[in-house]
Design a protein around this ligand. Structure first.
Ligand SMILES: [Zn+2]
Length: 262
């Protein structure tokens, strides 16, 4: 039996795409002294073949929610069943970040200090990572890139701000990220401005869901921004070439509340 804190660490491990890697990760959530979780899955999870999404639950006991969960992500946003306005504030600003290709995604790990405030609750910004195509879809249609800004409370509760990218103008922040990944120095620090990766209109879809990677832990506060931002054709091609297709298929809504912006 694992403690709540250990499960949260496992959840964070999965979200960062390290669950099946031979990596140990220590996260101090602030609620308790840091604990270490070492992943030991025998088969490496991925997006096709034996390690593909349909087999995630069979790869490790800890992944059981990938098959048995009823509040899974991603979903089709066009299935929204309620209208509402979610008040979100953020203090995003230029910040130092390390950038890596962890084998599952391209990820930028932010220095501390940024976050969002939703319903008077504060979530700290940890990292942003990418999926090609977007995991959340609109009436069955994908966007070429989805960005997931991962946040957590001090107690380890997760909130993901999802951003959808369309094909258009190049995004300078994505250029910085791609250049860093191609350079390959994961210890180097880069200045990234998260405000340049989100639209000015932060009207949100909101629902309770899960990690979209093993172990598919539930209890994730999903907020997907309705207005997309753009990336160039060349940037989309580079992300797709580096990451391959890394989008989990859409999961059933199962009667959950899915708020769409008024
Ligand atoms: Zn993600």
């Amino acid at each position: 039996m694992k403690t709540r804190n250990q499960l949260q660490v496992l959840a964070l491990t999965g979200l960062m795409g390290l669950a099946a890697c031979t990596t140990s990760l220590t996260i101090n959530t602030g609620a308790e002294p840091a604990k270490s979780a070492t992943a030991d899955d025998a088969v490496h999870w991925g997006y096709e073949g034996a390690g593909g999404p349909q087999n995630w639950a069979a790869l490790a006991d800890a992944n059981y929610l990938c098959a048995a969960g009823i509040m899974q992500s991603p979903i089709d946003l066009s299935e929204a069943n309620a209208l509402g306005k979610v008040a979100i504030k953020h203090n995003y600003a230029p910040v130092q970040a390390s950038i890596e290709d962890n084998g599952h995604t391209i990820q930028a790990n932010f220095a501390a200090g940024l976050g969002v405030k939703i319903d008077a609750r504060k979530f700290k910004l940890l990292q942003v990572h990418f999926h090609t195509p977007s995991e959340h879809v609109m009436a069955g249609s994908t966007y070429p890139i989805g960005a997931h800004f991962v946040h957590a409370t001090d107690a380890g509760e997760l909130l993901v701000l999802g951003i959808l990218f369309t094909e258009g103008e190049a995004n300078p922040q994505l250029a910085t990220i791609l250049d860093a990944v191609i350079a390959g120095d994961t210890s180097a620090q880069h200045t990234l401005d998260p405000t340049k990766m989100i639209p000015s209109d932060l009207s949100l879809y909101r629902y309770m869901g899960s990690l979209t990677t093993p172990p598919c832990s539930e209890g994730v506060n999903w907020h997907v921004v309705k207005t997309p931002v753009s990336a160039s054709t060349a940037q989309i091609a580079k992300f797709t070439k580096i990451m391959g297709g890394n989008a989990r298929p859409v999961q059933p809504l199962n009667g959950r509340l899915l708020l769409q912006p008024k």
